[in-house]
Design a protein. Structure first.
Lengths: 359, 384
């Protein structure tokens, strides 16, 4: 129970479904703020209080459990390390993978619980091969992407009561009807451990901001930057290049090279990626029976899924989109869908350009 | 429900509630001149005399407050503001309650105070030689009479004597001690010169069966304590505000009863404690009972359970209807590992593996057996 409206309604529905429910607020931040400031950030004392009041209203016990150390190690430190290595991490995936559905789940099972229930918009379906993770009814709020890292074992111990609710508005209305003070509380967005939303400033502080070169694909230095981590593949803004490109077209970030502290830029066409792959992959349920199969791939929480072919090789999950993808950064997660079903995911560690480098 | 967190708070005693309600029926502001005021004033001053008798102070030395936190804040800030010229050092033992730590920390950050820390020994006693050494040139010193987490009882007489010898004003935190161990303001103060030695002592009502919102600060006649709140000049100008007559009556009654029963109750609790400690030694040999085995509050069993997360133990016991504490304060929503346990020399990780059981007047032998069994079950479950 984060103190948000989704987990509040999820908890209430779990109780109504007849389950024996205990509300837990995860304390993830060591330097927790007291009051919520806007929609950013999470886990302030006020959030914990909001969650507690909902638990009171529902009539369930409520605890605040401290996972701040593991969160720091598995999510925050990983976030910083990934940026340092020139990749673009997704801390929400790591949090689901390591904290919510691992550390928390482990503790819950240890204490005698059977499942974790959250307010995520996703559904669980009993399929022929076992439990399956599917998108939620509401496309706009679908959060199956961030749950793509869950394994079959984890899914067996999860409940998503909001998955089949057609809209967020309905959830809010239900919260209001139930007398929850959080019915109108804005959703939190951005990164929960960067409450002021200034990711760039945060990274400058943690990773350091060293001046370096902006180069084109031939290696020619065409500008300078004040910290490579401020850029991500596909980015167009924030490039301080003195002169326009020879072809007059806008330049985009193609690659970040942390060792040489260079940012490589080029035309939009150069962003096109023909193939993505990742050595770290998992299946959200039973593994596919074939080594190669048609699917859809989604590379960001709010990106559209695109048709692709996925292949399981000896050491990686290789995904070839039917049409080249733009702006794929290593470190991102590629979630593989078959219809509404989440098949699995991989952390992208390699991309193959659709355009030869000589142009 | 088996409530074993009496150190956090304890039920309002029947006689105290009755006295409180009766006092509520007397309408009048104790500062008013007329008959109604005089009647309220009389109840108040009788309470003051009673409480003074219990703690062995003079009635004029008793200042009623809203509780332990206010008393401690008033004492430390008040003594600081009227400290001797040129002195800026505060002697602060490790492991003090947060009301003390946070107040001193505030003074350090905002008022130019410097801190002279004093370590605890492995059983939680203030190191007396270190305390002595730290007093040189200090503005003021503070110390727990008895620890609220470990239950260890310090030698207040020795600490007060040392402060007097060094010409330093001493505040004693008797919040956990009152009603559970010997408290004697006059003896500890002795014949220390004006403004030094024991000059202030804090007490809290809800720890001894009075309502939350009652407490006292015993302030010696010659002590110089600046008020926190102004307006009305009540209580020697040290603590302004319409006096809580009913609260004072309740506090005094609770203190009187606690002190009267202390010998018998201590013996009873000590026996229960010994049984629990022995049972844990037998069934959970790796568990470590913290605190001083010889000088401790009879009500407290503070135990380190290696490898078992304190939050988890608390949860499992709570599920069985047994209320205990991990002894750690909740700071900004994240439970901090007990600074007291760390002051004993344990790591932060170990400090998270501690559970505090504190017994009270209603604790029975059956309760002790129940918590013993629950701890063993919890430990077995968590250690796999």
């Amino acid at each position: 129970m984060s103190g948000g409206v989704d987990s509040a309604v999820a908890a209430a529905r779990a109780v109504e479904a007849g389950h024996d429910v205990v509300g837990v607020h995860l304390a993830l931040s060591r330097a927790g703020g007291t009051l919520r400031t806007g929609s950013r950030g999470c886990c302030t004392v006020e959030d914990a209080m909001d969650a507690r009041r909902v638990a009171d209203k529902i009539g369930i016990p409520f605890y605040v459990w401290d996972f701040s150390e593991r969160f720091r190690d598995d999510v925050i430190d990983d976030f910083i390390a990934e940026y340092r290595a020139g990749r673009t991490p997704n801390p929400c995936m790591r949090c689901n993978e390591k904290i919510k559905f691992q550390a928390l789940l482990e503790r819950a099972i240890e204490l005698g619980f059977d499942a974790i229930c959250t307010g995520h918009y996703a559904t669980l379906v009993e399929g022929d091969g076992g439990l399956e993770l599917h998108r939620s009814s509401e496309e706009a709020k679908d959060q199956s992407y961030v749950l793509g890292v869950l394994t079959a074992e984890q899914l067996r111990h999860t409940m998503f009561p909001l998955g089949e609710t057609p809209s967020k508005a309905i959830v809010r209305a239900e919260a209001a009807e139930r007398g929850f003070s959080v019915a109108k509380k804005p959703d939190s967005y951005d990164i929960c451990f960067i409450p002021d939303g200034d990711t760039r400033g945060y990274l400058a502080e943690k990773v350091g901001a060293d001046t370096g070169d902006i180069v084109d694909r031939s290696g020619e230095v065409i500008g300078s930057h004040e910290g490579a981590h401020a850029f991500t593949v596909g980015q167009r803004k924030g490039l301080s290049i003195g002169r326009p490109a020879p072809d007059g077209k806008p330049r985009f970030v193609l690659e970040i090279r942390p060792v040489s502290n260079e940012v490589v830029v080029g035309p939009k066409e150069a962003l096109a990626v023909a193939e993505i792959s990742g050595a770290r992959y998992s299946w959200a349920g039973a593994a596919p029976t074939r080594d190669e199969f048609a699917c859809e791939v989604q590379i960001r929480a709010h990106a559209d899924p695109v048709p692709a072919v996925a292949a399981v090789t000896d050491d990686a999950l290789v995904i070839t989109p039917d049409e080249p993808l733009d702006g794929v950064a290593t470190g991102q997660t590629a979630v593989v869908y078959v219809g509404t079903r989440v098949l699995g995911q991989c952390t992208i560690d390699r991309t193959v350009s659709a355009v030869p480098a000589s142009t | 429900m088996i409530y074993l967190d009496h150190a956090a708070t304890t039920p309002l005693r029947d006689e105290v509630r009755d006295a409180w309600l009766e006092a509520q029926g007397v309408v009048g502001n104790a500062s008013s001149v007329h008959g109604a005021g005089q009647r309220a004033r009389r109840a108040l001053e009788e309470a003051r005399e009673s409480f003074a008798t219990t703690v062995r102070a003079e009635p004029i030395e008793v200042v009623f407050t809203s509780g332990g936190t206010e008393s401690i804040g008033l004492a430390l800030q008040g003594l600081w503001r009227r400290r001797a010229e040129g002195r800026d050092l505060i002697v602060l033992p490790d492991g003090e309650h947060h009301a003390t730590l946070d107040t001193v920390s505030w003074l350090e950050r905002n008022a130019g105070a410097r801190i002279a820390p004093v370590g605890l020994d492995a059983v939680g006693r203030i190191r007396e030689d270190a305390f002595d050494a730290a007093l040189t040139g200090a503005a003021l010193a503070t110390a727990l009479v008895a620890g609220n987490e470990t239950g260890t009882v310090n030698d207040a007489a020795v600490l007060a004597h040392a402060a007097a010898r060094e010409g330093v004003a001493l505040h004693l935190d008797a919040v956990a001690a009152l009603g559970r161990t010997h408290v004697d303001f006059a003896a500890w103060r002795g014949d220390a010169p004006a403004g030094c030695g024991l000059v202030a002592m804090s007490a809290s009502g809800h720890k001894i069966g009075a309502p939350v919102g009652t407490g006292a600060l015993v302030v010696s006649r010659t002590a110089r304590v600046e008020a926190l709140l102004h307006g009305g000049g009540q209580q020697r100008g040290i603590r302004a505000g319409t006096q809580d007559v009913a609260g004072a009556v309740a506090l005094a009654r609770a203190a009187e009863l606690a002190e009267r029963e202390r010998a018998a109750e201590s013996a009873r609790l000590e026996e229960l404690r010994a049984r629990l400690v022995a049972a844990l030694a037998r069934r959970l040999p790796s568990a470590v009972v913290l605190g001083d085995p010889d000088r401790h509050l009879p009500s407290t069993v503070h135990v380190l359970l290696p490898g078992a997360d304190g939050e988890s133990v608390l949860f499992l016991l709570d599920q069985r209807g047994i209320s205990v504490s991990t002894g750690s304060a909740c700071q900004a929503g994240v439970a901090e590992p007990s600074h007291v346990v760390m002051a004993l020399g344990y790591s932060a990780a170990e400090a998270r593996q501690v559970v505090r059981i504190s017994m009270g007047r209603d604790t029975t032998a059956a309760d002790v057996v129940a918590v013993e069994n629950a701890l063993v079950d919890a430990y077995e479950r968590l250690r796999g």
